[in-house]
Ligand binder design. Structure first.
Ligand code: NAD
Length: 310
């Protein structure tokens, strides 16, 4: 059993992740949360019927918790959560505390935050543990966690137990920041699959095919993918997918563009030649600034590419 757990960042992902923790943790475990959006915190606290307590800052969460998780958008937010003088996590006494950042950010920021924490508190531990599975995976506790540690790390069983309350697959990726590497590789791939699926569906539909038939063919053929099966960019194919709900919810296009850019930068750093990197990055960058796509689920790339919607 856990004494106290803190969670910082209650957005599309963090909100349902904490709700799953609240359901699965023993009622003796105290849960403390913080988000800069007080409205979101109030909604979560109200929905939890007293199970979850709100805090006034990230430091306040850290003061009251042995284990602290964070789930915020970008590297700048992670730095702010951990390093802001007087209100950040590092202003708290972190002796022997376990810190887990689930945000998808660049490896350099994660390694820098980690080393600053360990420099001040050598007994603390910090892991990158980004996720895949989207809002639905977060709600259903079926996320994939990619943890920046080795499988023989003595804390890995504890991480498996804790993260297992929010996910169904927990991978040890090797060492610090390699969870992030795995996540960026995944999103590079899934971002390109979303573009390819959109383009292929467009070819079929503009030629007169029923998109449902074409998606069913992909499902049993070599174009099969999670994007096609669960997150189809074409409206009306997957009833639960953001595309069928006006591209609301899901994985915002600016987050996909961020991950895609980080993957392309990583490729440059490690000397990998990319045929599609710059092309994909330009498509997501242009779509992110397009009024018809702004702030919507990244699979709105289908709309950007002129896909038929009715
Ligand atoms: P989001 O924008 O919905 O939520 C982020 C939350 O963080 C917001 O509630 C915001 O108010 C809060 N926040 C920002 N700065 C903060 C600070 N300094 N202190 C406290 N709270 C702060 O984003 P999201 O979709 O939940 O994504 C979070 C992370 O998870 C991102 O790195 C994203 O790439 C990754 N991710 C998202 C998805 C998805 O499908 N949405 C899937 C996998 C991974």
């Amino acid at each position: 059993t856990y004494d106290s757990i803190g969670f910082i960042g209650l957005g599309v992902m963090g909100f349902p992740m904490v709700k799953n923790l609240a359901t699965k943790l023993s009622s003796s475990t105290r849960i403390h949360v913080f988000d800069i959006s007080t409205q979101t915190v109030d909604r979560l606290v109200a929905e939890s019927e007293g199970r979850i307590a709100s805090c006034s800052s990230s430091k306040d969460v850290a003061d009251r918790s042995d284990i602290i998780l964070s789930m915020v958008p970008e590297g700048s937010h992670v730095r702010s959560v951990y390093l802001t003088p007087s209100s950040g996590v590092l202003s708290s006494n972190l002796t022997s505390k376990l810190l887990i950042d689930c945000s998808t950010i660049d490896a350099a920021t994660s390694l820098s935050v980690r080393s600053q924490i360990l420099e001040h508190y050598p007994t603390a531990t910090f892991y990158d543990a980004p996720v895949s599975g989207g809002n639905l995976g977060a709600q259903r506790a079926t996320l994939t966690f990619m943890v920046g540690c080795s499988s023989n790390n003595p804390q890995f069983p504890l991480l498996q137990d804790l993260l297992g309350m929010m996910g169904s697959s927990i991978f040890a990726c090797g060492g610090p920041s390699l969870g992030l590497t795995a996540k960026l590789c995944n999103n590079y791939c899934s971002g390109l699959i979303a573009i390819a699926t959109s383009e292929a569906m467009n070819i079929g539909m503009r030629s007169g095919m029923d998109p449902r038939v074409l998606a069913s063919i992909f499902h049993t053929s070599t174009a099969q993918s999670a994007i096609c099966d669960k997150w189809c960019p074409v409206p009306g194919i997957c009833p639960d997918a953001p595309a069928s709900k006006g591209y609301q919810g899901g994985f915002k296009i600016q987050l996909m563009r961020k991950d895609f850019r980080l993957a392309v930068e990583t490729a440059e750093r490690v000397g990998v030649k990319l045929a599609l990197g710059e092309t994909g990055l330009k498509a997501y960058t242009d779509a992110m600034h397009d009024e018809r796509c702004k702030d919507l689920d990244s699979r709105v790339i289908y709309r950007f590419l002129g896909g038929i919607e009715d």
